[in-house]
Design a protein around this ligand. Structure first.
Ligand code: G6P
Length: 609
């Protein structure tokens, strides 16, 4: 999704902007651009379609040097990926970059056209540039013009602006899209994600919803949505810079798959006793109110939604309370019935996904007992706006396809399930089983990672395939869904997941010798039923790939292949069986030659609706 970088310094800021854009590449984008204030106080703009490297090539032909500048990577929403649509957009001596969507762009465009402004792009952002130019033309006061502009635009945005009449100042604002201000020594920077600026600072001010700021080299003035001057404290970014390097790995995705034992260990640190879970980390209010929860609603998108689906099985079976799970884009627009004493859980790796954030805001008036954000980013909007928070400690996830964020979400959800059993005075043996299973999990994941080479061989089978089916039952049905999503995302193979019992109600018609069928078939009460489903596939010549428990016998004949994993308790089995499916999609993507870390059309953090 779009990325913003800006800087004001005594030195030339173009390298800071370019390095910042490079660090935002993982979010997904289709074009890039910079606007730099030259020493003669004129703005020089350079834009290019494609990767940041294309922008660098253009910059080597027309170098841009200056002490103030803004830069952007664009992920097309309004108008196709093209140079004329790339940011920055300019109007009467000012340049603007924008993340998000200006929802009332159409009437504003009409009004501005009537006022004589000529549009050169199809973007909603150009409206902001002209509107700001218009107001500045009226008042000749840039801060005032910025305020008036913000008052007229509706939607989600992070904005950054420079103007030739104020060559020492950068203006920015956020509403619905993240923006931070980085602190340097007599330098300031801005970015949509602190990761973009870690090469120059690890100290950040996090703007809040509706905040706007005027930033110079020495000073940073911030106002809130009510136009009151406010202080936003400087916070130190906690993640080590090395977590942003691929290190010895070929791709971030592979590195992140291999980081899972450590990520799980970090997520569990300080949360487990021998026979109880330590609920103090949820905060005093949450700790005392856990026992009151009688229903759970979970809302999330993409991979995080799949984590919620697994949790539903755990919560209903182990805690004995109802649990409903829904994608945020649907939930936020429907009439929701909220029974008394319902907890709303929003799950998000980034904590900035527009639909999930909107769902949380929508939920605030729906009479929930409380809202809880399960998130990997401590300073994110979701975490700041929910009543309670439960953090995963997976570290920054760069690969667009989520891996370690997913397994740590599952770990946190199993922990929460256990906390609910405990708070309600439930089955002590189940609490101890969950705790011991969670403690054993990092070691088990290490073992699953050793399947890498075998899975790489198996991936060759997908070289000429365009479709695949994934099957699972119970808690492993959402894992099959996640396996199919991973394969789609990074290898562009059309993959569908089915609850194995549904096979005969339609998808069986697709099965022939060209259809790979991947099944997640650990031990457990549904195993015999699943085996019958797999026989249905085998009888039709489908290419069966089964991930199974080493203690269970699976027939292996013809093209059928079984890969075994160590026995684990049922409760952690869905987490363990995620690993081989991640490896499978990774190796199939290598076979297909796709861009593993930055798959086409996708974005890491979807900050627009
Ligand atoms: C995008 C990403 C997915 C992710 C989803 C939800 O679609 O490509 O990997 O699962 O957003 O993101 P979140 O940050 O809310 O978990």
């Amino acid at each position: 999704m779009c990325g913003i970088v800006g800087a004001i310094a005594q030195r030339n800021i173009t390298p800071i902007l370019i390095e910042g854009l490079r660090r935002l590449e993982y979010r997904g984008y289709d074009s890039a651009g910079v606007a730099v204030m030259n020493d003669d106080h004129s703005i020089q703009r350079v834009r290019a379609v494609g990767k940041v490297i294309e922008l660098e090539k253009s910059l080597s032909e027309t170098p841009a040097l200056g002490h103030l500048g803004i830069a952007h990577t664009r992920w097309a929403t309004h108008g196709k990926p093209a140079e004329h649509n790339a940011h920055p957009h300019i109007s009467d001596g000012l340049a603007v970059v924008h993340n998000g969507i200006i929802e009332n762009h159409a009437p504003l465009r009409k009004k501005l056209k009537e006022l004589g402004y000529a549009f050169t792009s199809e973007t909603d952002t150009e409206v902001v540039a002209h509107l700001l130019a218009y107001h500045y033309g009226q008042s000749k006061d840039l801060l005032e013009a910025f305020r008036q502009t913000l008052g007229e635009i509706h939607g989600a945005y992070a904005l950054a602006v420079i103007h030739e009449d104020e060559p020492e100042t950068l203006y920015c604002s956020r509403m619905g899209s993240p923006l931070v201000i980085g602190e340097g020594v007599e330098e300031h920077y801005i970015a949509s994600d602190p990761l973009a600026l870690l090469q120059v600072t690890d100290c950040f001010r996090y703007l809040e919803e509706g905040d706007y700021a005027r930033v110079s080299r020495e000073q940073c003035d911030i106002w809130n949505i009510k136009h009151e001057a406010v202080e936003r404290p400087v916070k130190r970014y906690e993640h080590a810079a090395h977590s942003l390097d691929k290190g010895e790995y070929r791709h971030f995705m592979l590195k992140e798959i291999y980081e899972q034992p450590e990520a799980i260990t970090q997520t569990l640190a300080g949360t487990l006793g021998d026979d109880h879970v330590l609920t103090a980390l949820l905060g005093p209010e949450a700790e005392t109110r856990l026992a009151d929860i009688e229903h759970v609603h979970i809302v999330a998108c993409g991979t995080s939604f799949h984590a919620g689906l697994v949790a539903r099985y755990w919560i209903e079976a182990q805690v004995g309370i109802t649990c409903q799970v829904e994608v945020a884009s649907e939930y936020r627009y429907r009439t929701v019935v909220v029974p008394k004493n319902t907890l709303l859980i929003t799950i998000s790796q980034s904590g900035e996904t527009a639909d999930t954030l909107a769902a949380l805001r929508f939920a605030k008036d729906q009479g929930y007992l409380a809202t809880l954000a399960l998130c990997n980013v401590a300073g994110s909007s979701l975490v700041r706006e929910a009543n309670w928070r439960l953090l995963t400690h997976a570290g920054p996830e760069i690969g667009v396809a989520s891996t370690k964020a997913f397994t740590t979400q599952l770990v946190a959800l199993l922990w929460l399930t256990t906390a609910l059993i405990q708070a309600r005075g439930g089955d002590k043996q189940q609490i101890i089983t969950n705790i011991n299973a969670l403690k054993s999990l990092p070691g088990m994941v290490e073992q699953a990672l050793q399947l890498d080479t075998r899975i790489a061989e198996l991936a060759e089978r997908f070289a000429n395939k365009h479709h695949a089916l994934f099957l699972g039952r119970g808690t492993h049905f959402p894992i099959a869904m996640e396996g199919a999503l991973k394969l789609k995302e990074i290898s562009y193979i059309h993959a569908e997941a089915y609850a194995a019992g549904e096979l005969k109600h339609g998808p069986l018609a697709l099965v022939d010798e060209n259809m790979p069928v991947v099944s997640v078939a650990p031990s457990g009460s549904l195993l015999e039923k699943l085996k019958s489903n797999l026989e249905e596939v085998r009888a039709r010549g489908g290419q069966l790939i089964t991930f199974a428990c080493e203690r269970v016998e699976h027939a292996e004949e013809g093209t059928a292949q079984t890969i075994t994993l160590p026995w684990v308790e049922d409760c952690i089995s869905p987490i363990l069986y995620t690993i081989p499916l991640q490896l499978l999609s990774y190796h199939v993507a290598l076979v297909k030659g796709t861009d593993v870390d930055k798959p086409r059309n996708l974005a890491k953090s979807v900050t627009v609706e």
